[in-house]
Design a protein around this ligand. Structure first.
Ligand SMILES: Nc1ncnc2c1ncn2[C@@H]1O[C@H](COP(=O)(O)OP(=O)(O)OP(=O)(O)O)[C@@H](O)[C@H]1O
Ligand SMILES: [Mg+2]
Length: 302
């Protein structure tokens, strides 16, 4: 592909959340700080929400890398489970042996034993759940019950939830209000603003060792930010497609039209492209009507 063309060691805008590409942007850095501080404080529940593609899974992986040996972590990337399935998945993560026929109570008892051992070793157990919006109300309630496992001084299990904003809708249900009340720290990832978007693109290009400087023109960067709405995954898709166009035309720079072509070819962006064109057309039609009225008025025709 275009790696050789742009002198890159790898694809700079891959969609996989790769921590090697992590860029310390204010929203992600703030979220990471909230997580590290809340975990160090021994908080029971911590929640990070963000729209689709804002970087939750990458942050999850970054957190797992950042936590030192003081923390014993369990990671559930897909918590679409029954309450019993959840218990078993957590047990698996903490390498707890159990009989397949074990019921939920037996699993919780085994988990309790293991968590006490972890605590006695001076460590802290942390369960990190991605895609938490996929959990049912019953499974969320089963999760809350796990934070009842505690010594007199501290929680035996801290839980970090990463989720799309739909989780907040789930938390409005009366039946899990106790869980909602226990979320003492939360952070909502916002989309990137324009300077952050430029930093983000430059950071990814530099990490992939791009040999050409300023390959996106200023207007192309503006368009990238506008059509991606500052959402990192959409920025990646548009930047990647723009680079493909440049590669196809054997040039080393991306002007704005390449980004527009990429946006037109990307379902999630084409809507704002059409809307913008609609806005522009409306503007020119209105301007024309106003000028016409002024001319007719000057001529005393109206
Ligand atoms: N701070 C960042 N630095 C570098 N890359 C980032 C950053 N934030 C997001 N990305 C990139 O944006 C893309 C989308 O990120 P990710 O998959 O983590 O989003 P998500 O919020 O988990 O999306 P979904 O809600 O669909 O699960 C990935 O390629 C990821 O590497
Ligand atoms: Mg994700």
């Amino acid at each position: 592909m275009y790696q050789q063309h742009f002198g890159l060691t790898e694809k700079p805008f891959n969609l996989t959340p790769d921590t090697q590409f992590f860029c310390q942007l204010p929203p992600h850095q703030e979220a990471l700080n909230v997580l590290l501080i809340a975990l160090a404080n021994g908080e029971g529940f911590i929640k990070i929400t963000g729209d689709v593609g804002t970087g939750k899974t990458l942050l999850c992986r970054k957190l797992l890398n950042e936590l030192d040996a003081h923390y014993q972590t369990a990671y559930l990337p897909n918590p679409h489970l029954t309450p019993a399935g959840l218990g078993k998945a957590i047990a698996d993560e903490f390498s707890i042996a159990y009989a397949q026929s074990s019921n939920q109570q037996q699993i919780v008892a085994l988990l309790n034993q293991t968590l006490i051992q972890i605590s006695n070793r001076g460590q802290q157990a942390v369960l990190i759940i991605d895609e938490a919006q996929a959990m049912s109300l019953e499974t969320l309630e089963a999760l809350r019950l796990l934070t009842n496992l505690e010594t007199e001084k501290q929680k035996l299990l801290q839980i970090v939830l990463f989720a799309q904003p739909e989780l907040d809708e789930l938390l409005k249900h009366k039946c899990i209000r106790q869980l909602k009340q226990r979320i003492t720290f939360s952070y909502s990832l916002r989309p990137l603003n324009y300077p952050e978007c430029v930093n983000y693109i430059n950071h990814r290009l530099t990490t992939a060792k791009c040999r050409h400087a300023n390959i996106f023109s200023r207007s192309a960067l503006k368009a990238l930010h506008y059509y991606s709405r500052g959402i990192p995954r959409l920025i990646n898709i548009l930047a990647h497609k723009s680079m493909l166009v440049a590669y196809g035309r054997d040039v080393h720079h991306m002007p704005k039209p390449y980004v527009l072509m990429a946006a037109l070819d990307t379902e999630d962006c084409a809507k704002s492209l059409r809307y913008r064109h609609y806005q522009k057309t409306t503007y020119w039609v209105l301007a024309l009507l106003i000028s016409l009225t002024l001319v007719l008025d000057a001529q005393g025709l109206i």
